[in-house]
Design a protein around this ligand. Structure first.
Ligand SMILES: CC(C)(COP(=O)(O)OP(=O)(O)OC[C@H]1O[C@@H](n2cnc3c(N)ncnc32)[C@H](O)[C@@H]1OP(=O)(O)O)[C@@H](O)C(=O)NCCC(=O)NCCS
Length: 145
């Protein structure tokens, strides 16, 4: 499946980007529109995957925590396109951006069902962290790239 990886630029692209984040990571838990964003959006790097028709099918964000550490957040692939390599391509793009910016330590907080996905990409669990919406257990994971 042809997939294009790019950074959203236009208001329309950002609208599609945040909409997919909301649909995958917030709507199933009855969270309102707007709850998919935080106060750091303007300072982060955003990546989206598009299909050959231009529809946004995967999104994620990279934030810089320090001079050496970057964090992947809000990783979401449209359920209809899961297990097609979309998530792998997005993480690979984020890792390349982290390296370009001299951050070789990547951390993230994985939802329990996504731990196996990140393990496939070389991440390891370092600790059990927080419970989101009283039901989604998260695990801190890391990778040195
Ligand atoms: C987790 C998620 C991002 C994976 O995206 P994806 O596009 O389906 O992943 P890929 O197809 O690129 O998978 C890469 C590898 O991981 C494996 N994999 C994917 N999801 C997996 C899972 N949940 N558990 C174990 N392995 C998984 C794939 O089989 C593939 O392995 P392979 O290369 O040996 O065939 C996606 O399922 C998703 O958005 N889930 C819901 C939201 C979520 O949990 N986001 C993460 C928040 S921390």
């Amino acid at each position: 499946m042809p997939i294009t990886i790019k950074q959203p630029k236009t208001p329309e692209e950002f609208a599609q980007y945040f909409d997919l984040r909301w649909r995958v990571l917030r709507a199933p838990w009855q969270q309102p529109a707007g709850s998919e964003k935080d106060t750091l959006e303007d300072t982060c790097i955003h990546i989206m995957a598009c299909d050959d028709a231009g529809a946004v099918i995967g999104v994620a964000r990279l934030q810089f925590n320090s001079d050496s550490e970057a964090q992947i957040r809000y990783m979401a692939v449209d359920p209809e396109y899961c297990r097609n390599g979309v998530g792998r391509k997005i993480v690979s793009a984020l890792e390349a951006i982290a390296l370009e910016n001299k951050r070789n330590h990547i951390i993230l907080d994985a939802r329990e069902p996504a731990v196996g996905f990140y393990e496939k990409l070389g991440y390891t669990v370092t600790e059990k962290t927080y419970l989101l919406f009283d039901c989604i257990q998260h695990y801190r994971m890391q990778k040195i790239i």
